[in-house]
Design a protein around this ligand. Structure first.
Ligand code: FPP
Length: 250
């Protein structure tokens, strides 16, 4: 992989024994990036796809095992219909260009969110990518699309209560693992690192359960300007954190 001098410097600081296993990203600031340049907001989303590509490449290169990208929230439907239509076209555009490379790199694509609420063309493109990569054992990329964490928890609670009322699960056996298993992220470890660009410092209904002990990393850089260098810096900073999970440092 081609690296600039700055990227190489950061790369050399990384301890490859302690790469975050799961990184989650709220890809924010596309609209502001575009407006600053006198462009329509959707130009920011298009530019954001390049950052997404670059981020998948560097995460794969570093040996990250799971990358969860917030591409569209259950609240984003409130946006103007033109913007929503544009955002719903991006996954198929992206996948038609990149799927072969992702397959060659052993990347496994997953969809986190309510697939049935997506337009048919978007759902079809993503589901095809999920099926074509399901045997892959490298980096798992979760596209959180039509995703809302509260919605995800409600669904899990409904599924669990159904099992309890059918008698196949006892109330006293419900624990953290039961809840985790019924989330879209079931079977995956919780994120170690959450990255949010654009200067905002909030969760926006993203992975509320899963982020309980995640390290947060913020930058004022807008997502379309987020490059390998930022990802590498986030990992370097993550490795300096003292994670105690509520306990004490050894
Ligand atoms: C938030 O920025 C960003 C989004 C709502 C969309 C993110 C989507 C992508 C980067 C592309 C997804 C593509 C694929 C291939 C799945 P914002 O518009 O809220 O920015 P603002 O806060 O500056 O207005």
């Amino acid at each position: 992989m081609e690296l600039t001098t700055r990227e190489r410097e950061l790369f050399e600081k990384i301890d490859f024994q302690r790469i975050p296993c799961h990184v989650a990203i709220i890809m924010d600031g596309n609209g502001r990036w575009a407006r600053k340049r006198g462009l329509p907001r959707v130009a920011g989303h298009r530019a954001g796809v390049n950052s997404l590509k670059e981020t998948i490449r560097i995460a794969d290169e570093l040996g990250v095992k799971y990358l969860t990208l917030y591409t569209f929230s259950t609240e984003n439907w409130k946006r103007p219909s033109r913007e929503v239509r544009f955002l719903m076209k991006l996954p198929e555009e992206y996948l038609s260009r990149e799927l072969e490379e992702l397959r060659a790199k052993n990347v496994c694509i997953k969809l986190m969110g309510e697939a049935n609420g997506l337009p048919e063309h978007t759902r079809r493109a993503v589901e095809e990518a999920v099926i074509k990569t399901e045997e892959n054992t490298g980096l798992t990329v979760n596209f959180a699309m039509n995703y809302g964490s509260r919605d995800e928890v409600i669904r899990a609670v409904k599924k669990i209560s159904r099992l309890v009322s059918e008698g196949s699960l006892k109330e006293e056996d419900i624990n953290e693992d039961t809840i985790s298993a019924f989330l879209y992220s079931g079977g995956q470890p919780d994120p170690d690192l959450l990255i949010r660009p654009s200067g905002e410092q909030r969760l926006s209904n993203f992975l509320l359960w899963q982020l309980a002990y995640t390290e947060f990393w913020f930058t004022s850089t807008y997502w379309p300007d987020f490059k390998k260098e930022h990802f590498l810096q986030a990992v370097v900073d993550f490795q300096k954190r003292n994670r105690r999970f509520g306990g004490l440092t050894k």
